[in-house]
Design a protein around this ligand. Structure first.
Ligand code: NAP
Length: 224
């Protein structure tokens, strides 16, 4: 592995925010271990980029991905839980399949993948959750039942983790990346993935207080 200052893991780098953030972190001299479901990333390569397979909903896949990550590095400075799905974002009534797929991916997958990597995050490291302001209670519009609940749950997990990891000085940040032009966000969104990546990197370097909710669109923290 080529020498670099810091090592980051970013999940879901096949497209959208994850891919743009990967490129931004590489430009900022990080070594990046990105995950995709296939373990491949077509159309982009870099000497400091490693791609490992991760299907977030599959326990064996999570375990194998974590083992591969541990073998690639001596410790993590940054973990960005970015992979996510939103199949019911336009629905009002919860449909069982979309609901459980969303919770399995955005909550169970994220929580248990994070737990596997926790021992490997360096003292003073950072854990970020690409969440959504749709998961804030004051934004309780009726659409997206699984999606809103999943992001609300991950906001709470992040807040709990912040307390739990305080003695290791690991900063935990749930964040809203803005409304972003991606497969998930659609093409009407005002922000590009590159703008979102710059905003997330700003959250990395600006050191918000651990456990606070960071809104990239506001360039700062906002209350839960
Ligand atoms: N775009 C927005 O406006 C917006 C707003 C708020 C929050 N977010 C959040 O931003 C994050 C990134 O989304 P995006 O907008 O960049 O959309 P995207 O382009 O669709 O990217 C989503 C990523 O998550 C991966 N993924 C989905 N399900 C997975 C699973 N079961 N296992 C492993 N990986 C999985 C996808 O992989 P595949 O390519 O294999 O499907 C893809 O790499 C999500 O957590 C989303 O909730 C986005």
């Amino acid at each position: 592995m080529e020498n670099s200052v810091k090592t980051a893991v970013v999940t879901g780098v096949s497209s959208g925010i994850g891919l743009a953030l990967t490129k931004k972190l590489l430009a900022e001299h990080y070594t990046v271990i990105g995950t995709t479901r296939s373990g491949q990333l077509s159309g982009f390569d870099h000497p400091r980029l490693h791609v490992v397979p991760l299907e977030a909903t599959d326990e064996q896949s999570r375990t194998q991905a974590a083992a591969r990550i541990r073998a690639l590095t001596t410790g993590l400075d940054l973990l960005v839980n970015n992979a996510g799905t939103a199949p019911d974002v336009f629905a009002v009534e919860p449909a069982y399949g979309a609901f459980t797929q969303t919770l399995d991916t955005n909550v169970t997958g994220v929580v248990f993948f994070t737990e596997l990597l926790l021992p490997h995050v360096r003292l003073g490291g950072q854990i970020m959750f690409v969440s959504s302001n749709m998961g804030l209670p004051r934004n309780a519009a009726p659409n997206g039942p699984g999606y809103r609940l999943s992001k609300a749950a991950i906001n709470m997990y992040a807040a709990m983790l912040a307390t739990r990891l305080a003695d290791r000085h690991i900063r935990v940040t749930p964040l809203h990346p803005g409304w972003v032009q991606t497969k998930l966000g659609g093409d009407q969104a005002p922000a590009t993935p590159e703008q979102a990546a710059i905003g997330i990197y700003q959250a990395v370097v600006s050191a918000p207080e651990t456990g606070q909710f960071y809104n990239v669109a506001l360039s700062g923290v906002e209350p839960f």
